[in-house]
Design a protein around this ligand. Sequence first.
Ligand SMILES: *Cc1c(COP(=O)(O)O)cnc(C)c1O
Length: 460
Amino acid sequence: MKQVIRKSWAEPYKIKMVELLKMTTPAQRKKALKEAGFNTFLLKSEDVYIDLLTDSGTSAMSDRQWAGMMLGDEAYAGSRNFYHLEEVVKEVYGYKYLVPTHQGRGAEHILSQILIKKGDIIPGNMYFTTTRLHQELAGGKFEDIIISEAHDSENEFPFKGNVDLNKLEALIKKHGAEKIPYVSVATSVNMAGGQPISMKNLKELRVLTKKHGIRIIHDMTRVAENAYFIQQREKGYQNKSIKQIVKEINSYTDGATMSAKKDALVNIGGFLAINDWDVFEEARNMVVVYEGLHTYGGLAGRDMEAMAIGIKESVDDDHIRARVGQVIYLGEQMIEYGIPIVKPIGGHGIFVDARKFLPQIPQDEYPAQTLAAELYLDSGVRTMERGVVSAGRKANGENYYPKLELVRFTIPRRVYTQAHMDVIAESTARVYERRNKIKGLKMVYEPKYLRFFQARFEQL
Ligand SMILES: *Cc1c(COP(=O)(O)O)cnc(C)c1O
């Protein structure tokens, strides 16, 4: 499949403030990496040149969003910014009721506690770390129902985020619909490499779940990026705006959890949005216990204002074309250098296949973790592991061994330039040149939950 754009993605903005970066030497990076236990999460950001750890909360806000920060109404209850946010969520996303939370996992926590009972099954199009953990903490069990193409980094199917409806039907048959409180559907599936779900698949999923009275909860963290791929690739959507497509996606679901730190261009914030009054009522009660009053959910008024403005900017066609265009620009360079990456190129980053990059390193010696460390050493570019370390352990203590062992180069929105993209591609190519000499790692400290954040390693 031919992927769009090379030069046509130029940014619809100009820069009016810059943040100066520290340039490091190889010796400084070697020392910093050792101190960080070879875990890029434990590096000081000051020691990083180009930070691709995540696209979460790392976007550049617009002058309008910064102006919005000055309009913060910091009243404890009923802040004007909450009502603005509520209105924007309704207008842009189409869901009826809003509960703000400090970030995405706050919404996942509340929703999981309300909808999941012990022994329930939650099918989803590939797991996400915090989402699955909250489902498990509520007594549920996650079942992966993404199409099998998603587990194959070479497969160029344009909608690798699709749900395999046969897998879902089999689960319903096996456990009964009453054991399935909802299907958890992510747009731009993060762990699959930012791969989109098609509108057709979503419509079919709606028909099937409706038949069995099962809700669809949408993880809409990157819904605008998914909408862009639908616009580019799916028949009948070329002339629809991103805004129209986003709203249509949401219309096939019953509610959503949102990390506004991604698509919605803010440094902090999230929410739960739901069409069902009863669930809303309960969520409004719970948010007071865990996040803050239901009209701020752990956020300052100014944060809600920036979010309201960011949501509107996030569904602008020119914005999303430049955002995804920059990611594709980087990915195409990687392909030219012969670096094995997940294809098609996803919406929020490039995912390098560490098993193919470092075939001599077994999964128990953490090939993706190793590669992320080597990239930092080479150029000060910070990436992260999405493989066996991120996958963690099952309830019985065994490791999950995911098929995909990836290094994620996540691109913050509106932050880096084309020259930065060139530096990243050239550095990865340099590490690729000397790949045969690279050895794996051993884990010397393992935290109990979400171990990838704080685990420490030593070189073998
Ligand atoms: C980031 C993310 C979350 C969790 O959101 P936080 O704001 O980090 O708590 C949930 N789902 C997906 C797909 C994400 O990328």
